[in-house]
Design a protein around this ligand. Structure first.
Ligand code: NAD
Length: 490
């Protein structure tokens, strides 16, 4: 059954739907049907959202940490009670297989649960400075935070930054992507109905150049969180620099996965199929597959067989793969594969653009491409893996690291020492050993190199949504400056 949706979605500002700006259609990438229309509120809606988020700041961070935690826990419960609806909304707008949407929605709700539990555990320190003084730190919120969300997994990616920002006492203005705005707008509505005060969490859907830029350029925003492509990340970082605002960037990836001959091959083969999750539209997808020469032929034949058995179809029918987000994405994937083939690449599975209404592309495996071929270097963001042979550990680490990205890597080996050695040597923020995927709410996630700045998830994420205040209290009789060399006048 399809998700029930409003005919038109406004901007969610100050606890209510507002019809600001122009309406734009949201299409189902499977059927090309118009699902609904949404207001792109543009700069006016962003301005009102920021004003509302500013006005509600004191009310929100003035609550006790326990009360904030309780409200956020209530938000998690309310989202959970609508999880099937949310999963269907995500599948409808993104084309993703329903069971994957259910999994990602559950992960998104976990973010609210996890950070709700941390609300009363945000602690300062006492510092042993010289003299009779009590010196301590306070972790304080930053203010109004701006969150720019991509289309590929809106619900979980939005909750990943919004939940910790709220936990720390900040308020939120989120910019939803025009391709998949609905699950984030629904999240804002449900959170508000669950007791989050009006104005604490505002959401505006819209394009990047106007609506997104209005958010990133506004000097009332005290923290920017961006998830998306490297190119847009650069633009957001420049805007943050103009206003001297801290920025977290979660960008793209081109992760390696490496299979050694001593691995549990059955396990590696079945894990590897998961790289096609979300039809390959996942930033941490490890799409460069390195297989040791000794097992290459056997492994790759088995894997090609498994890949060709993956079926695509409407997300709501829950096939292995759904539709890609747009015709443009589909054409991009197809042209990358065609270019690889024209340069000598061998297609072992998939590789044919189907004649279908939806933006489908089959699960595809290509080998015999050079390490510096376009398909080996650029993020494909589609269901395509490229395979390479390797001979020894040293050379495969070098090749695995030969990318501007550093988001994730996966390896399969039965040798414990090798596993830890490689985990240390690979330049990536997440290393998955003997399973894929392995990303958790409590474990930090983020990129090395051009894959980003900062870490989301885990306790570490709280650092990005607080600022440190140092307080020094004289509690002794001697307060004279002279002879107190440790006191720093700067
Ligand atoms: P994108 O950069 O095109 O858009 C991301 C968001 O930025 C959208 O909401 C868009 O409207 C907005 N935007 C565009 N131009 C803007 C501007 N000038 N100012 C402000 N906002 C602007 O990315 P996408 O195509 O939506 O997402 C796919 C990319 O995201 C891939 O590269 C993928 O790897 C990356 N991604 C990274 C992570 C991660 O955690 N590292 C997670 C998911 C996706």
């Amino acid at each position: 059954m399809a998700a029930s949706l409003a005919q038109t979605y406004g901007c969610f500002i100050d606890g209510e739907w507002r019809s600001i700006g122009e309406q734009f259609p949201v299409f189902d990438p499977t059927t090309q049907e118009r699902i609904t229309t949404v207001y792109d509120g543009g700069p006016e809606a962003i301005d009102e959202s920021i004003r509302s988020a500013q006005e509600s700041l004191e009310r929100w961070n003035g609550l006790s940490a326990q009360d904030r935690g309780e409200i956020l826990s209530g938000v998690a419960n309310a989202l959970r009670s609508e999880k099937e609806h949310l999963a269907k909304v995500e599948t409808r707008e993104s084309g993703r297989p329903l069971s994957e949407s259910r999994y990602l929605v559950e992960l998104g709700i976990d973010n609210f649960d996890y950070f709700a539990g941390l609300a009363d555990k945000i602690e300062g320190k006492t510092i042993p400075v010289s003299g009779d003084r009590l010196d301590y730190t306070l972790q304080e919120p930053l203010g109004v935070t701006g969150h720019i969300i991509p289309w590929n997994a809106s619900f979980v990616l939005a909750s990943r930054s919004i939940a910790p920002a709220l936990t720390c006492g900040n308020t939120v203005v989120a910019k939803a992507s025009p391709e998949t705005p609905l699950s984030l707008l629904e999240m804002a509505r449900i959170a508000n109905e669950a007791g989050l005060p009006d104005g604490v969490f505002n959401t505006v859907a819209g394009d990047g150049a106007r609506t997104g830029a209005a958010l990133t350029n506004d000097d009332r925003i005290r923290k920017l969180v961006f998830t998306g492509s490297r190119a847009t990340g650069e633009t957001v970082m420049k805007a943050a620099a103009e206003n001297v605002v801290p920025v977290s960037l979660e960008l793209g990836g081109k992760g390696p996965c490496i299979v050694f001959p001593d691995a549990d091959i059955e396990q590696a083969l079945s894990d590897m199929v998961n790289v096609f999750m979300n039809t390959g539209q996942i930033c941490f997808a490890t799409t460069r597959l390195f297989v040791h020469d000794d097992i290459y032929e056997e492994f790759i034949n088995e894997f090609a067989k498994a890949v060709s058995e993956l079926e695509y179809g409407p997300g709501i029918e829950d096939h292995d793969l759904g539709a890609l987000i747009s015709a443009e994405a589909q054409n991009n994937v197809d042209s990358m594969v065609k270019q690889a083939v024209s340069n000598g690449g061998r297609v072992l599975a998939g590789g044919e653009l189907p004649d279908s209404t939806g933006h489908f592309y089959p699960a595809t495996l290509v080998d015999e491409v050079a390490d510096d071929a376009l398909i080996s270097c650029e993020e494909i963001f589609g269901p395509v893996l490229t395979a390479y042979r390797f001979e020894d550990e040293e050379s495969v680490i070098k090749r695995a690291n030969d990318t501007r990205y550093g988001l994730s890597a996966a390896l399969w080996t039965g040798n414990l020492s090798r596993a830890h050695r490689i985990a240390e040597d690979i330049d990536a923020g997440t290393i998955m050993i003997n399973e894929y995927p392995a990303v958790f709410t409590a474990a930090p996630f983020g990129g090395y190199k051009a894959s980003g700045i900062g870490r989301e998830k885990g306790v570490q994420a709280l650092d990005h949504y607080t600022q440190t205040k140092n307080v020094s209290v004289s509690i002794g009789s001697s307060r004279s400056w002279s002879g107190d060399k440790e006191r720093d006048p700067t």
